[in-house]
Design a protein around this ligand. Structure first.
Ligand code: AMP
Ligand code: GLY
Length: 435
């Protein structure tokens, strides 16, 4: 393609804005900046890694006013919204009203992530397999229902609770304590006004991402996250300590089934509610003995799943995101996946409870092929990169096999150094054990 022949797409060179500042946004920005049609990329607010790709704006991802103001001046050709908070707050609606091309659903569609009750209703109506559940706004009714159910049972606050609003109660004591904290004490604030009590599903977790323009979709290979802080899935839940793709727990046939019985019906349900959903459908699934069932939906790319999906998407990412944002994916598809990718999150001491911040970070040189360190919680302090968040970086490798991806990712992870740095040593082990 030559400039000006981009098949109905905005004439390149293009100017992009990525909203967010985590590993996901560095990975998205890295791939998009690598597309020769993109010559300017901005991040709000970005991190030390994204500042090497383009320009970091001193605007927070949740500062809708600030972002809208910047866009009105700069008129970017595409805005990609990374995190859920700005989506739920209606940033995409606000920018679309200003005729900006935006990747990410409006506040209506973002309820898929922002409200578990909304999603359960949609799943039930569409006949999508998911855990049985009941909703409560009354603490005493919830307590009575919980006592009558089997254990373990899963108790969830309805709204966004930064990934902490889910308790797996092993017995009546734990269930009662969780209900008390969420509904009576309101430790998650308004998110606890409504609570779901859900059937416990047993199996292996996997996430499937699809990008949709509201009608059509492209589906990424299945990815597996590692949510607990320590090896062997021990310790508290985190944002995610590592991921790999494709995850062999879902083969080609099962992926077809996921698309037909889960993703397509959910998209149809959104359309039936008059939603023009342009963004990511992230299905968090449990692969049970009766097949894949939905645990949750998110309205954005996973972090750290993005860090492994992006290298596998090859050169198509810009076309996919732009097509979805414009409401017409056309016949854009993803390349057939031949290899694999794996990422290891290097976290700060004390993460997830109380991460140490402000320590100088040493990073390895960027490999020529097959690997990349995506920054997350990093920032510049003068000439030095220092830690600025719990998850500091995601050491990512890819190659013809998962073993190759694994070795490249770990070789990088071992060269990321700062005081008290920690990472899991067993990312991808489930896939290796499966063989
Ligand atoms: P959620 O935020 O709904 O994805 O829940 C967070 C985590 O809790 C999930 O990643 C699962 O590990 C676990 N979980 C949630 N719902 C269930 C369920 N019904 N059965 C078993 N585990 C669950
Ligand atoms: N890695 C899990 C998430 O992004 O929600």
């Amino acid at each position: 393609l030559e400039a000006g022949e981009a098949g109905g797409h905005p004439l390149w060179p293009m100017k992009l804005l990525v909203v967010g500042g985590g590993g996901r946004e560095h990975a998205l920005g890295w791939a998009l900046r690598g597309d020769r049609r993109v010559n300017q990329i901005f991040f709000a607010p970005g991190n030390a890694g994204t500042s090497e790709l383009g320009e970091n704006l001193t605007i927070a991802a949740t500062d809708g006013e600030g972002i809208a103001g910047w866009c009105a001046e700069a008129r970017p050709d595409l805005v990609v919204i990374g995190p859920e908070a700005p989506l739920c707050a209606g940033l995409a609606d606000r920018l679309r009203a200003e005729r900006i091309t935006v990747f990410g659903p409006g506040a209506d569609g973002a309820r898929l992530e922002g409200s578990k009750a909304f999603t359960k209703g949609l799943l039930k109506e569409a006949g999508v397999p998911t855990a049985g559940c009941e909703r409560f706004t009354d603490y005493r009714l919830a307590l009575a229902y919980s006592r009558a159910q089997a254990y373990p049972q899963v108790i969830k606050a309805d709204g966004l609770a930064a990934g902490k609003g889910v308790v797996i109660a092993e017995n009546a004591w734990e269930a009662a304590a969780a209900l008390y904290e969420m509904m009576a004490k309101r430790v998650f604030g308004a998110a606890g006004a409504e609570v779901l009590i859900e059937e416990f599903l047993e199996g292996e977790e996997v996430s499937v991402h699809a990008v949709t323009d509201g009608q059509k979709m492209v589906v990424f290979p299945p990815a597996q996250d590692h949510k607990r802080i320590f090896d062997g899935n021990r310790g508290p839940n985190t944002g995610g300590m590592g991921a790999y793709a494709p995850a062999p727990v879902l083969g080609e046939e099962e992926m077809k089934r996921v698309r037909e019985t889960i993703l397509e019906p959910v998209l149809a349900g959104l359309r039936g509610r008059k939603m023009d959903y342009r963004g990511v459908l992230y299905a968090g699934l449990m692969v049970t003995r009766d097949g894949p069932k939905v645990l949750e939906f998110n309205a954005r790319f996973g972090d750290p799943e993005t860090q492994v999906l992006v290298p596998l998407a090859g050169a198509r990412l810009l076309d996919v995101l732009l097509g979805a944002a414009r409401g017409d994916l056309g016949d854009v598809g993803l390349p057939e996946v031949t290899g694999a990718a794996l990422t290891v999150v290097v976290a700060a001491d004390g993460y997830p409870e109380q991460p140490r911040l402000g320590d100088p970070v040493t990073l390895p040189p960027v490999p020529e092929t097959g690997g990349m360190v995506f920054h997350a919680g990093t920032r510049w302090e003068g000439e030095q990169i220092v830690t600025a968040g719990g998850r500091v970086a995601a050491a990512t490798g890819w190659g013809a096999t998962l073993a190759e991806a694994h070795d490249r990712a770990y070789a990088l992870a071992r060269q990321i150094r700062f005081r008290g740095c920690q990472f899991r040593s067993d990312i991808g082990q489930k896939a290796f054990l499966r063989r």
